[in-house]
Design a protein. Sequence first.
Length: 341
Amino acid sequence: MLVLGIETSCDETGVALYDSERGLLAHALYSQASLHSQYGGVVPELASRDHIRRVLPLIRQVLAESGLGLNGLDAIAYTRGPGLVGALLVGASIATALGYALNKPALGIHHLEGHLLSPLLSEPALKFPFVALLVSGGHTQLMQVSHVGEYVLLGETVDDAAGEAFDKTAKLLGLGYPGGAALAKLAQQGDSRRFKLPRPMLHSGDLDFSFSGLKTAVLTLIQRESLNEQSRADLAAAIEAAIVEVLIAKSLAALEQSGLRQLVVAGGVGANRKLRDELTQHAAREGIRVFYPELEFCTDNGAMIAFAGAMRLQQAGIKVSGLKDFSVKPRWDLELLEAVS
C-alpha cells in the first residue's frame, strides 16, 4: 500500500511517501522557524500562508525522488488535528482534493498518533503493547498503547508542557525562538548544580505534569541576579536537568503502574540528548527497553503521518469512516481516537 502523507499542523510543512512493503520511499520537510523567529513565536496566519506556498512543491519533490506518480497512490493521509486551524485546513483541502481527483481515500490522522507510532519507522522490533511519552510542543502525555487506536491516558500536563517550558525559559535567557535546541546547546557549557530549581509535581503521586512553576522560578532568578555568560549556561543546564528529571521519573512510574517493559519517547523534546542519555541509563538498570524515532522524525514530519495512515488503512481493509470528510479538529484528545475497525 502506497500512502502520501501531508503534515501541516503548525510551523513545519512535511510530505512523505510510505509503502507498506518497501518502507519510507521519500520525504521532505520545510521549517518556518526563520519566518516566525522575529515575532518570538508562531503567527498562525503567516503559518497558513506559508503552508500554501510550500506543500505542492514538496509533493512534487517526493514524487520525483521516488520515481512514482500520483496515479500510483493507494491513499492520502493528512494531519486532521490537533493544531492551528488555518494550517490544518491547508493540508486537509489538498489531501481531500487529491482524494476526489484520484478516487482514492483521504484519511485524517491524529498528529500525536503520528508521533506515537513514529519509532516503528526506524525500529521494527518494537511490538505492542508499550507506554509512550509524548513530548511534542504543547503536549506532554503518558499513554498506554495496546494497539493502533487503543490508547489509555495515564497522565498529562495541567499547564505548560515540557516543550513550552524549554521555549519560554529560553526566551527569558534571550535565546529567541524556537529556543529548546538553543537552550540545550547552551546547557552543554554549564553546571546544572549551581542553581537550585523546582521539579514540579515530581512527588505528586500521579502521572501528571506541570512546568509553569519552573518557568516562574527561572523568571524570579533572572530578575534577582545579574547573569554573565557562564551563569546563563549554568542556568540553562539547571533548567534542562529539572525538566529531564521529571520526565524520566514519571515515565518510569508509568511503566511500573502499567506493568509494561517497553517505552516509546516521541515528539520534539524526544530529540534532547540529555533526556535520551539519562533515560537510556535508567532503562538499562531497570531492564526496560526504550525506543526513539530517528532525530529527523522527532519534529513534525510527513513520514509519521504517511506511516500512521498506512497502518490504519491496512488493518481496516481500507474501509475507514470519513475517508473524504473535509474537516479538521484543532482540539482532539488522543484517548478519544477511534480504534481501527
